[in-house]
Write a protein that binds this ligand. Structure first.
Ligand code: PEP
Length: 260
């Protein structure tokens, strides 16, 4: 089954509102010069910090990109100082939300149980959760990658029904590849994605399990995009560092578009 390609840009804690608007102006100019044809079947999501969501929504102008957030709280409202709910994200125009990014797991204590509650909250509010999973270098070197991916995936998705599966996106992000300049090889990514696909089918059956897009994330740059995305097991990319630069991001979109 050929699933649509999806490229997600995670800005992390980068860009003020003027910087965000400037980025989108430059990106629009690059794309309208014809370096990327938006009708190629590549879906693009931009996930700015919360503070820039409205400005990005407005500055997207004619670009057919979708808005994403980088996290949400699992409750719908209440006394949770500093937090943002799924309803608030939907309200501002978000369609996607990243959950369980390794930085959230590492610095903010997000466990698989918390990721499970966040994914469920996203779905309750009509948002597509982008559920991130991935092994550390130690786990890879000690042969635990598949076991770790199985645990993270099944625990994070335990509250998602088969009917809701079509709204979920998985991102395989080996922790050692994030921001390191050392991406997984296409073979390593291929093997991990194949394992994840098998798990999704075991969880939700052939039809629903085949529909879920699985993105690769970790040091994606224009030069390695083709080799990573060319395998049928990899449906797209979650891009960090390279999505902050309009030229690099436009190039990644161009490569992704050329593969359809
Ligand atoms: C990420 O943080 O999700 C990521 C993939 O970052 P980078 O592309 O910089 O490795």
């Amino acid at each position: 089954m050929r699933r649509h390609r999806l490229i997600v840009g995670n800005w992390k804690m980068h860009k003020t509102i003027p910087e965000a608007v400037d980025f989108l102006g430059q990106l629009t100019e690059l794309l309208t010069r014809g370096e990327y044809e938006p009708s190629t079947g590549v879906k693009v999501v931009i996930a700015p910090p919360f503070t820039a969501l409205s400005a990005v929504a407005a500055a997207l102008g004619t670009l057919p990109f979708l808005l994403g957030a980088q996290d949400l709280h699992w409750e719908d409202q209440g006394a949770f100082t500093g937090e943002i709910s799924g309803g608030m994200l939907a309200d501002i125009g978000c369609r996607y939300v990243i959950v369980g990014h390794s930085e959230r797991r590492r610095y903010f204590g997000d466990t698989d149980g918390i990721v499970q509650k966040k994914a469920a909250a996203a779905l309750r509010h009509g948002l597509h959760p982008i559920v991130c999973i991935g092994e550390s270098l130690d786990q890879r070197l000690s042969g635990q990658t598949e076991h770790l991916l199985s645990t993270q995936l099944t625990e994070s998705l335990a509250a998602v029904s088969k009917e809701q599966a079509q709204d979920v996106v998985i991102a395989y992000e080996p922790v050692w590849a994030i921001g390191s300049g050392h991406p997984a090889t296409p073979e390593q990514a291929h093997d991990a994605h194949r394992h994840i696909r098998t798990l999704l089918i075991a969880l939700w059956g052939e039809d629903a399990g085949e529909r879920v897009p699985i993105l690769y994330g970790g040091s994606v740059v224009p030069e390695n995009t083709r080799n990573l995305l060319v395998t049928p097991y990899i449906d797209g990319a979650l891009v960090g560092g390279a999505c902050l630069n309009p030229v690099l991001f436009a190039k990644i979109l161009a490569v992704a578009g050329s593969l359809n």
